[in-house]
Every structure is written in C-alpha cells, then in structure tokens.
Design a protein around this ligand. Structure first.
Ligand code: AHR
Length: 528
C-alpha cells in the first residue's frame, strides 16, 4: 500500500566488495606447486602432507592447528569441529573423510537437516588439545556467540566443506593452552582468510593473546589481523591488509603504518596470511592469493620500539579467533584454516605452507542461478501492488523499505536492493536474506518492522530473520511468512517493510490491499 512517497539516501556506504558468492569455483584445477599435486574434485587428499607436516619437517612444529575444512596433518584422523543443533541442543563431532583428508561436511548436513547448527568447538589437531570455544566476556565485549555452521559453504579439492563466517559478537578463544609461546619466545602462524568479507572494526584476529580477556598492555599479543581497520597511517589502497596485532596497535611495520606503497591490501576470495615474531627484535608479515601464486612479504624487520613495550614481547599464550585480545568483537571475517608453531618458521617453510594451501584448490560453492529462491542465489524482490510495481525491497539507513530501482539507478541503490538467499537461519527449509553489500547483515523484523542488521547469532535474531516462502497471497508471485509469527507476512506499507497480518490493531495490518502488498516477484538481482 502506498500512502505517501518518501525518498531517503543511505547516510554511509560500507566499503564492501565481492561477496562470498563471488568465490570462484576452482576445485577442478590441477596445480603442481612445491611438489604437491592439487586434489581433483571428489578425490582423496590423503596422499599429501599437510601444513603442519611441513612446519614439523622444517623444525618448527605446530602447537595448534585449527580448520573446519581439512586435516592439517597427513596422519590426522580425528575430529575437526563440533556442531550443536537448535532442535534438541545435541552436538555432533565432524571429522575427516579419511586420515589427512577433507571435512565430512555431509555428516553436518544430515545432523543439521531441518534445523540449524552452530560451531561450538574448533578442535586442535595437534596432541595439545588447544581447542577453541566461544569466547567469554572481556575488557570490551560480552560473551561471544558461536558462528553458524553452514554460513560459509565452499569447496576444497572439489569437496563441499564449510568455513567459519564470523559476524559481530562472535569469536573463539582458549585461555588455557599448551605449547603456545609466552614472554619473548619465538613463534609463527598462518591463517587462510577471505579478502571478500571484512570490516574496519576491532579485530578479526587469529593468534596469541592475553589469558584473562583484558588489554594487558603493549606486547601482550602476537596475532594475525586481517581487515580494513587502519590503526596507524599510512595504509595504502583500500585493504584489507594483513597486520600484526601486538596489542594496542595493528602494525603493518615497525613504525606502525605501511612502509610499502605496493601493499594496497588483498581482495582475493581466499588469502593466505602469515606472521612470525621472534619475541625480541624481529617480525614479518606476508600474504598471498590462496588459489595461486606465491606469498608477498609486506614487512620483515625489527619489532616496534616506539611506542615501547613490544621489544621484547610479553606474549601470554592464549589463542583467539575473530576477536581482539580484550575480546573486542565487532569485526567480521572468514576463516578456513590456520596453525601456530613453536619456534620461528623459515621463509622456506612459509612458502611451502602457502603452496600446500594453494594445492588444496579452495573454491566457491557450486554456482547457483541468480533470481531464484535457492540458497546462494542473489535476488531482488519487486512489489506487485498496482501502485508500486517498480519498487524493490532495499535497505536504507538500516531500515528495510521499498524504492523505485531501474537500470539507471545508482550502483548503491542497486546493491541496497539486492539480497543473497541463505538457508533459513532458524529453519533451513525456509530462507533468510543477507544484504548484498553488507555481508553478515540480514533482513530481520523487530517490533514487526523490518531492518537490515548484523547477524548476532542469537536464537531470537535467527527466528526474526527467517521467512517461509509460499505462493503469493494475491495469486501472483511469492509471499514470505515470518517463522516466529506465521500469520504475518513481509509487507510494504507506506514504502516501509513490516511483517503484517491481514487485519489487526496496527496500521500496517490494514486489510486494504494486504494480499497484493505481501506478494513479491523474485527477480534477477540489480547487483549480481
Ligand atoms: O591491538 C588492537 C586491539 O586493541 C587489541 O586486539 C585489543 O585487545 C585492544 O583493544
């Protein structure tokens, strides 16, 4: 129903990028790198060494190894991660297909069918049991939520597997570790992250942090950071950049900012990042496209001396993923695998580790046709009420509204009016809508109005963001029933989006043109 036209512009624009959807399907590529042969689709990877075998053979063994996609040791035949499903709160450990092989994602799929799952434990593949669980409250953020288990489908060696998609208020930690560097002990680490899913908040990290969840001062952290939070100038280009989170600072060099004008960030869908730090007077940062090529050294030199406190380091030995040392938890990002070593890895070891990652053949999920309600598809949703057939559901200043969008509209309007269909966050036979230009943000209702908000992992958010498609109530298109208010459907009323019932006390429940207002045409996306 159209009562009065309103025009609003977004107040800000997120520096977004190709979304997870744009990940390339490359699993079939045969790559020969550093003596490793890439897995072909559907074949076992068991024959080759993993990244932790490489570190070990170079004299710097892994003391932590985390991945939801594959074994990082050739001989590893244990569990990779644990999921918990919403329907009955029971858990299942997800292992590998065979020793040294990829994750058994089918086991997750069957366990989580018709419900939703979150990742409750990321197991350490070394014998040290440095397992990661949702992080406790810290100096900054509160208790972290577990990440959804199926939010980041990718392929590795042609196998369907899941990465870990971190939104705000999500992250993992282990404060009681074994073998992780403390004080000024040397260590190295690598992580495979994504250059298509990031923000400029603190702090999408993987590595060494405080054991009490607090900011204990300079030098108490030694973690990979990947994102666009430019802590020290200059930062060149648009990022995201690999930086060393050494506490109270994300360092691109020993002077803080970048000393390398060519380091403009890495936007590849899969990015290998490495950090090593000898604890006294040296650290190095590298990144590379995890699908091909080699590593680029972004910095290699002395630890910062001004400000003081970083040389020597005061490492504490906790492990964090997706958060800062004090649990700052507003960053987003994607994680596929990573490991930490005892001792300072050689450049040769790091090159071999990267080549091993490349040989995995990480790729995007199987392509899904746009303009359909299949998970992974990107769509736009057009109103069908006679007043409004050129209007589409879009977000604007965080609200969900309808706007006229046409081929001549701005790129921003088109992106705001495009959505990625996801399996329903609270019921995977329904759907959720992730913003095309704000990865990790979903369409959800609150007090019956619809908004675009960051997925916080809570049960309420999941329910509020899940809609069950059915034939259009007007006889045209598709209608979307709210999962937790099943008599209410996504409706436009005065160009604002609500979940509305056909008659009721709210103005937006008005029966006039209700059937048309809740009927939408699922169409090709304005921004593919
Ligand atoms: O060093 C950057 C961040 O600063 C750390 O991760 C966090 O502990 C502090 O807020």
């Amino acid at each position: 129903m159209l009562l009065s036209p309103r025009t609003r512009r977004s107040a800000f624009r997120f520096d977004s990028d190709k979304l997870r959807r744009t990940l390339l399907a490359t699993g079939a590529t045969l790559v020969v790198a550093a003596g490793l042969i890439a897995a072909s689709p559907g074949t076992s990877f068991a024959a080759g060494p993993g990244t932790c075998d490489i570190y070990a053979s170079n004299g710097t063994p892994c003391v932590a190894a985390h991945s939801t996609t594959r074994a990082l040791f050739q001989a590893y035949n244990g569990n990779l991660y644990q999921v918990r499903r919403a329907s009955d709160n029971t858990t299942r450990n997800i292992g590998v297909l065979a020793a040294g092989d990829f994750a058994n994602a089918a086991s997750q799929d069957s366990f989580c069918a018709n419900t939703t799952c979150v990742i409750t434990i990321i197991y350490d593949q070394t014998s040290r049991h440095n397992d990661l669980t949702p992080a406790p409250p810290g100096g900054v953020g509160g208790q972290d939520n577990p990440a959804p288990a199926d939010a980041l489908p990718v392929t590795a060696g042609g196998h369907n597997v899941y990465g870990i998609s971190i939104s705000g208020i999500m992250g993992y930690r282990d404060n009681s570790t074994s073998g992780i560097a403390t004080g000024s002990q040397p260590e190295g680490m690598y992580a495979v992250m994504s250059g298509t899913h990031f923000n400029n908040r603190c702090c999408f990290d993987y590595g060494n942090a405080e054991t009490n969840n607090l900011d204990n001062g300079n030098g108490h952290m030694d973690a990979i950071y990947f994102g666009t939070l430019c802590w020290f100038s200059p930062c060149n280009g648009a990022g995201p950049w690999i930086m060393a989170d050494l506490e109270n600072g994300l360092f691109q060099s020993n002077t803080g900012g970048s000393q390398n004008s060519g380091n403009t960030g890495n936007r590849n869908p899969f990015v290998t990042t490495t950090l090593k730090n000898n604890g006294t007077n040296f650290f190095a940062l590298k990144d590379g496209n995890a699908q091909s090529g080699g590593l680029s050294t972004r910095f290699s030199g002395a630890l910062p001396t001004s400000p003081s406190g970083y040389s020597p380091m005061r490492k504490e030995g906790a492990i964090i993923l997706g958060i800062g040392g004090d649990n700052s938890n507003t960053a987003i990002g994607s994680f596929f695998e990573g490991a930490m070593t005892q001792g300072l890895p050689s450049d040769s070891a790091e090159n071999q580790v990267h080549a091993n990652v490349v040989s995995v053949g990480y790729g995007g999920p199987s392509p899904v046709a746009a303009g359909t309600l299949n998970p992974g598809s990107t769509i736009s949703l057009r109103a069908t009420t006679a007043c409004c057939t050129t209007r589409y559901i879009r977000h604007q200043n965080g609200n969900a509204v309808t706007s006229v969008i046409s081929s001549g509209s701005s790129a921003l309007d088109k992106a705001d009016g495009s959505w990625i269909v996801r399996r329903g966050l609270a019921n995977n036979s329904c759907v959720s809508f992730e913003s095309r230009n704000f990865p990790g943000d979903f369409l959800r209702h609150q007090n019956f109005q619809l908004f675009k908000q960051p997925m916080d992992g809570s049960a309420l958010f999941r329910q509020d963001a899940t809609f069950c498609p059915q034939a259009g109530r007007s006889g045209t298109g598709t209608s979307f029933a709210s999962l937790n208010f099943p008599t209410r459907f996504i409706r436009h009323f005065n160009n604002t989006l609500y979940i509305a019932s056909n008659g009721g006390s709210n103005a937006f429940d008005n029966t006039a043109s209700w059937a048309a207002d809740v009927s939408w045409v699922v169409s090709s996306p304005w921004t593919p």
